[in-house]
Design a protein around this ligand. Sequence first.
Ligand code: NDP
Length: 331
Amino acid sequence: STQIQLVSRPAGWPVPQNFRTVTVDLPPLAPGQVRVRNDYISVDPYMRGRMNDAESYTPPFALGETMTGGAVGHVIASQSDRFAEGDLVIHPLGWRDVAQGPAEAFSPVQEVPGAAESLYLGLLGMTGRTAYVGLTAVAGLRPGDTVFVSGAAGAVGSAAGQFARLLGASRVVGSAGSARKVELLTGRYWFDAALNYKDAPVREQLPALIPEGIDVYYDNVGGDHLEAAIDVMNRDGRAALCGSISGYNAEKPTPGPDNLHMLTTKGLMLKGFTVGFYQDRFAEFQQKVAEWFTAGRLVHDETVVEGLDHAVDGFLDMMRGGNIGKTVVKI
Ligand code: NDP
């Protein structure tokens, strides 16, 4: 099995030297184990946090060990009665072409007719669940709410914008980092308006984009975006703090919003979350997303990186905004 390991911890932006590729001989399958050929692995922003030596909601990657993360593939050998050869499974063993272990480490995919396998890592998997629970369980989105989504052309953001509309939002606006992405937001993902945060400070651009103010802010970016959103949030506005990618590669902590007094004056709620906190909502998500997907009401894009040997480059490119939609590595 070919696998990718973290060998040193990055300071600031990761570099290729922080990683190595190894080939491991897999032992014969023990009773109760399965072997899976990965078709796709997921690269995600949270993995940057795991490269640091700091406890988060997931422990740091161990140095000299194969990096873990979402993957989808087919069972190629089984010594377990839970799985048969050919089954499509999802698992957290990550950055390798072949994964092997106890059957309990793998989950059967709840397939949606017509969906490509890679979607179980994205729109129909962890990414979609994150967008859905953030809007519903965390921000308490109600029909008629106005919504702002940052990082809106990425995996979670492009799902959040569409879900918000399907859940009855009255206006959905988004931000992204290029003219092409801004065009996609309004032309393809059903956003009412969008801004390019590289054109001018978000704080200057946002008020005109959403003159009625923001009821729900879906935050993927943190920093300047969060500050700008707080400025124009309405009375009793709610923000779901999903991520703060603008600071993930910072070498020093970044300053917080300068307008937190508005939480008091406008009665705002800012609530952070991790998708894993909301497992009780996953069945509801599965039912909704399958219905929307089957009815052709969702569009999605993927950035597919070819080959495990390009996984690190694909991860870094995604962190820099080179992706549109969900980034996956095709093995
Ligand atoms: P994306 O597909 O959105 O890729 C990351 C994007 O971040 C890039 O495309 C880039 O888009 C944007 N970006 C990078 N740097 C900056 C910056 N300085 N300012 C603004 N945008 C920037 O990744 P995901 O959809 O997988 O993740 C989106 C967010 O959701 C992340 O913050 C992630 O940590 C979080 N997340 C949280 C989960 C949870 O359980 N809480 C689960 C999954 C994801 P652009 O070109 O627009 O700059």
